[in-house]
Design a protein around this ligand. Structure first.
Ligand code: GLY
Length: 558
């Protein structure tokens, strides 16, 4: 009891600061919701390690930020253990149901049926997040799930106040949520978004979490929860079976690694494209002196590097369990040099010269990220998702579980854009049991002096946001700076630089247009980066949450 009270006092005492000289039992956590960050510290104070804290934060976000992630979704957890340098990535990405097939979102004329892969039960793939939490707890944690899921269960039962940001995201998805009675009953009030600061309680979700805490993976992938999920999905036109749930397994994969100007990078491997695209783009950029270039040239070069790396994403990347990915070639420095040879300093290369057709990009992105590091350097970077805001908008009756719409991250038709404007081909075609290609990029950075953990939501723009954060780390700046870097993005198709207003000056906009770039401003709300850092010599921990979101970064003793 006393310990619990002291943790609460501690959190109050440190919540205004984001730097701390670490001693034993110190950590930094940055997440997209203050209560999720608090859940991480609560579990550390109970004797948990950073991996237990990651389970607690993931579960808490599933309750507090249903627009971004949840038990009905999936994600990637990058783990580092300091004592032996062990690193792994838990691939808890959703999988296509066994009855899925490559043409399932096409009409008889082979046109993509609008929204079928985005709204409702057919859009939902088999969730991986619950299995990942159980796996992390069993293989890396020190505490039982009953302890690590306790904060999430409490938040689901007693509720939390609805914020302005949540309400804005909910309002944008309210019409679709309202078409599913079990979703409307939880998230809407008489079919309308609730009042600002009203309390959202999720009693069914609390019970589903309790079954997970009591029975581990059987508490979700078989028994009562599985029965409810499958019958509800099937009644709504979906294709899940009990075999799909029983067969779901997370996979531990080798993270993707690279080096940029002496900075060691560890990032996500396929089924996410994040690490490969990030490091391929950085390999291209390593042939230039970005710091000595004027700002216009620097932005042009970053754009051209992203264009080429995202082009390879569309050609080669998908689930490594189903296709052969030429990872060594894509990460080879000579391959990057070849790509550089097609890059002109004075001219944009139209993407259609690489291949493909120009497509417009729709707005909208969601997902979540959190970063944790302790005073020893043990760390977790986790990016979790239900895909679009509030996923498929479909809640399975009696579970409180909002299902993902990750089926849209597959290629429904070669060359047709998905919800993020991404195109692709057969490498990312729908196949039963396959994981859809992701852009999630949980990342560790390490140089002589510092260790950093960072990542962000933002759909296809995740990789360019992490790249810009990394380039800011390379300048010697700290987390407060990385999370606030003004953002711009290019993803090969559509052939356009998307930019926050603060990212480009008028002179840069004119200069980039003059050398052939197309440009489009986007609202200053994309991304929600969460970052932490440990300075090796001084043992200073620091942390920052993106001011675009409502997250909370805390460094503290526990
Ligand atoms: N659903 C977004 C992503 O995985 O990239």
């Amino acid at each position: 009891m006393f310990k619990k009270l002291s943790v609460i006092l501690l959190l109050i005492a440190i919540s205004s600061g984001s730097r701390l000289y670490a001693d034993s039992h110190s950590a930094a956590i940055a997440s997209a919701h203050p209560l999720a960050t608090a859940a991480g510290f609560e579990v550390l104070a109970k004797g948990g390690n950073v991996y237990d804290a990651a389970v607690a934060v993931s579960a808490a976000l599933a309750v507090l930020e249903p627009n971004g992630s949840g038990l009905g979704g999936g994600g990637y957890w990058l783990l580092h253990r300091q004592k032996d340098g062990f690193e792994t990535m838990i691939d808890g990405r959703e999988k296509a149901p066994l009855a899925a097939h490559k043409d399932m979102f096409l009409d008889k004329d082979r046109h993509v049926i609008a929204k079928l892969s985005i709204d409702g039960a057919l859009a939902a793939a088999i969730p991986g997040l619950p299995a990942a939490l159980v796996h992390i707890a069993e293989h890396y944690g020190q505490l039982p799930l009953a302890e690590t899921l306790a904060p999430a269960i409490r938040y689901a039962k007693t509720g939390f106040a609805i914020s302005e940001r949540y309400l804005k995201l909910l309002t944008a998805r309210a019409e679709v949520l309202n078409t599913y009675p079990d979703s409307a009953a939880i998230f809407l009030t008489k079919g309308q978004p609730p009042e600002l600061y009203s309390i959202l309680r999720q009693a069914d979700l609390a019970q589903t979490l309790e079954r997970l805490a009591e029975s581990g993976r059987d508490g979700f992938y078989s028994g009562v929860t599985a029965d409810k999920l499958v019958s509800s999905v099937q009644q709504a036109g979906g294709i899940w079976t009990k075999e799909d749930l029983a067969a779901y397994q997370v996979i531990e994969r080798e993270p993707i690694k690279g080096v940029f100007h002496g900075i060691k990078i560890t990032s996500s491997s396929p089924s996410s494209s994040g690490g490969i695209v990030l490091i391929e783009a950085l390999n291209i950029l390593s042939g230039y002196d970005l710091e000595d270039s004027d700002e216009l040239t620097r932005k042009h070069l970053i754009t051209e590097a992203l264009r080429r790396a995202y082009h390879d994403r569309s050609l080669y990347l998908g689930d490594a369990d189903f296709i052969n990915i030429p990872v060594n070639r894509l990460l080879n420095e000579d391959y990057a040099a070849g790509l550089r040879s097609s890059l002109r300093i004075d001219k944009a290369m139209p993407s259609e010269l690489l291949s493909g057709e120009i497509k417009p990009q729709p707005e909208g992105a969601n997902t979540t990220h959190f970063s944790i590091i302790d005073e020893q350097g043990n760390r977790v970077a986790a990016t979790l998702s239900v895909n679009m805001s509030f996923g498929s908008a479909f809640v399975a009756k009696g579970t409180g579980v909002l299902l993902n719409d990750e089926m849209d991250d597959f290629v429904s038709l070669p060359g047709a854009m998905n919800g993020y404007g991404l195109i692709g081909g057969s490498a990312n075609a729908i196949q039963p049991g396959k994981r859809m290609l992701s852009s999630m990029t949980p990342t560790f950075l390490e140089d002589e002096n510092r260790v950093a953990v960072l990542g962000t939501p933002g759909g296809s723009r995740i990789i360019s946001m992490v790249l810009l954060g990394l380039l800011d780390f390379a300048k010697g700046n700290g987390p407060e700076s990385w999370v606030q870097v003004p953002r711009f993005h290019h993803q090969f198709m559509p052939d356009v630089i998307e930019y926050e207003q603060s990212a480009l000056s008028d002179a840069e906009i004119n200069g980039l247009a003059a050398i052939g770039h197309q440009l489009k401003p986007v609202p200053n709300i994309y991304g929600d980066m969460q970052a932490v850092q440990l300075t090796k010599a001084t043992k200073v921990l620091s942390a920052a949450s993106d001011k675009r979101g409502e997250g909370r970064a805390i460094v503290g003793h526990y």
